[in-house]
Design a protein around this ligand. Sequence first.
Ligand code: SAM
Length: 248
Amino acid sequence: MRIDILSIFPEMLAGPLETSLLGKAQAEGRLEVALTNIRDFASDKHCSVDDSPYGGGAGMVMKCEPVFAAVESLRSQNSLERVVLLSPRGQRLTQQKVRELAAAPDLVLLCARYEGMDERISDTLVTEEISIGDYVLSGGELPALVLVEAISRMIPGVIGDWESVETDSFFAGRLGPPQYTRPPVFRDLAVPDVLREGNHAAIARWRRKEALRATRIRRPDLLVDLDSEEKKLLAEIEQETPISEREK
Ligand code: SAM
């Protein structure tokens, strides 16, 4: 998969893209990420990429000309079928959206700065706007990195053990189970016995149940489309800790 990221601060992206699993995914040819500096496509003598907003008011707005030119320059390497603008006004990112984007052969990510981009860019070039949450950052670079890392985890081979992806929070619509490592007892806090007894069926059942318990407590909104096993486990959980008791 190829991802082109367009920004006026591509240097913010280079380090994280070379690090750890993202760097390895690119070295192994599973993912190609290319950075384009929008400023390289400014045509005036000051290389300006922004201007003051029509109608007045605070801040600056990113101009159409360099952004259009930068996106259009990618035409020979990228289909430009999915041009995503990172924006707090966009659709909030979910794991489901990440999986959908990871299935595309290529993607363009547009990072804005200042007050955002001229709306005509959204109206014509951009195919969707994505927000990473209901808060405002100073630019789209960190959101683009969030998106690239989340997408990379969906590409076969990037995470060595696919089972670890499948049991992650949100993959199957629930939170993930709690995890423990050595030592077995730390300051009187013991690891649950079942995890140390080597009974794989019992461990799988325990993990499924504890994932449901965490989901029920922290994100009850996710508990939809329960299968019969989940209904049984939730009934057990309710007997052990009724919601009403927990809230007292
Ligand atoms: N004036 C804009 C608004 O009210 O929606 C905010 C502009 S923000 C200071 C600059 C840029 O950072 C945005 O255009 C976007 O590219 C990026 N950005 C900020 N917060 C974001 C978020 N939650 N998700 C995705 N991108 C974000």
